[in-house]
Write a protein that binds this ligand. Structure first.
Ligand code: PLP
Length: 394
């Protein structure tokens, strides 16, 4: 059956992805089922999105209820879900103001605009620079691509944004070297995801924050992948005690509906984007905000952070065991439920394909890393099952 669907899809869908040859039908908890009825244990969560697992009853009921009331009305008016979702983001982050977007890349665009506007308000100039990191990933729209430190993605689309300088992640000196009097922002992921799962060292993150404060530069932390509880903290920066001036969210903030956000701290909230400076038709509509609002409630009700800390530690232990056992596994990196295994001398793509045959969904990061970003509701038994399936795929 699935071959027919795949052929038809390839006839009509622009081929920008080399998709795995699976046609999914539905999900339940941490399992997915394809159109032929085969079951998969999911350790990818739709790329770090489905934190609550699939077909969560209370979550889907909240969406159904909202669909029956109102899905969209534009940002010319207020809605109660928008108010509730914003309140919960502000409370969880301790930051000041939020702007809802439709995706991660749009959250990055908004963050870059807010930083530029902040600097413009300060000195009236319009030539500001932004420092970004090598091996970063911030999205595919032109602004986000401009700060994504990966030439492979950038080259065909040049010229990109001017005034972007790149530094080495976890290398404070290299950041210092790129600062000029024009620098308005430093943007980085708190844990690099797509680039190969590299958490920021405490020394680096604190050092960057200090540089930002000394030079009146805004720190933008991209929490699109590592945020929303994935590291065991609602936002990864909370573990470091380093609050950004601007934070970006997406992926798990809606647990399956397209929504993102950029969130401003005191400084940026007071003196950056004003009425007329930024907008979106769909962004933050009552449908997606009902999802965001319910996601925050369910994180609390189901003790998601506690689960990430205990089961995440167990996952870490199991992955460390694998590194001990298999020579081609070089190291484990990550925090909580964003983990990577670096592979040498074997293709990660092939391992992922073997895993799929075993009924295990994994994804890769960088060119040689197996990435584990499961739903945050997994149990130790799920970790054990994953480990067995992974060994079989080795
Ligand atoms: C996925 C991701 C993005 C882009 O989000 P989209 O919703 O795909 O546009 C940006 N930054 C990070 C860290 C991501 O993981």
């Amino acid at each position: 059956m699935s071959n027919i669907y795949i052929e038809k899809a390839e006839e009509a869908i622009l081929h920008t992805y080399n998709r795995y040859p699976i046609v999914f039908d539905h999900g339940e908890g941490v399992h997915l089922y394809d159109v032929d009825g085969k079951e998969y244990l999911d350790f990818a969560a739709g790329i770090a999105v489905q934190s609550l697992g699939y077909h969560h009853r209370e979550y889907t009921q909240a969406l159904k209820d909202q669909i029956d009331k109102l899905t969209h009305i534009s940002n010319l008016y207020y809605t109660v879900p928008m108010m509730e979702a914003a309140e919960k983001v502000v409370k969880a982050s301790g930051m000041k103001k939020v702007f809802f977007t439709n995706s991660g890349t749009e959250a990055i665009e908004g963050a870059l605009k807010a930083a530029k506007k902040y600097a413009y308000e300060r000195d009236g100039k319009a030539d500001h620079e932004i420092i970004a990191m090598h091996h970063s990933f911030h999205g595919r729209s032109i602004g986000a691509l401009s700060v994504t430190g990966n030439e492979k993605y950038q080259i065909p689309f040049r010229p990109l944004l001017p005034g972007i300088r790149f530094a080495q992640y976890n290398h404070l000196e290299s950041v210092k070297e790129q600062i000029t009097e024009k620098t308005c922002a430093i943007i980085m992921e708190t844990v690099q995801g797509e680039g190969g799962v590299y958490p920021a060292t405490e020394q680096f993150l604190k050092g960057v924050k200090a540089l930002c404060e000394e030079n009146d530069i805004l720190l933008i932390l991209d929490e699109i992948q590592c945020g929303m509880g994935r590291t065991g903290y609602m936002f990864a920066w909370q573990e470091y005690g380093v609050e950004p001036d601007i934070m970006t969210c997406a992926k798990a903030i809606g647990c399956g509906v397209p929504v993102g956000a950029f969130v401003l701290g005191n400084k940026a909230a007071e003196a950056s984007l004003k009425a007329g400076d930024h907008g979106t038709t769909y962004g933050g509509n009552p449908f997606v905000c009902a999802a965001v609002s319910k996601v925050f409630d369910l994180y609390e009700k189901e003790h998601i952070l506690e689960n990430v800390r205990t089961v995440g530690a167990y996952l870490e232990e199991k992955l460390n065991d694998l590194v001990e056992q298999y020579d081609f596994l070089k190291e484990r990196r990550g925090k909580g439920m964003i983990q990577g295994l670096e592979v040498t001398g074997r293709s990660v793509g092939e391992i992922v394909n073997h895993a799929l045959e075993q009924g295990l969904i994994l994804i890769t990061a960088g060119s040689n890393v197996l990435r584990f970003v499961p739903p945050l509701v997994i149990t130790k038994a799920d970790v054990d099952e994953m480990t067995e399936k992974l060994k079989a795929s080795f």
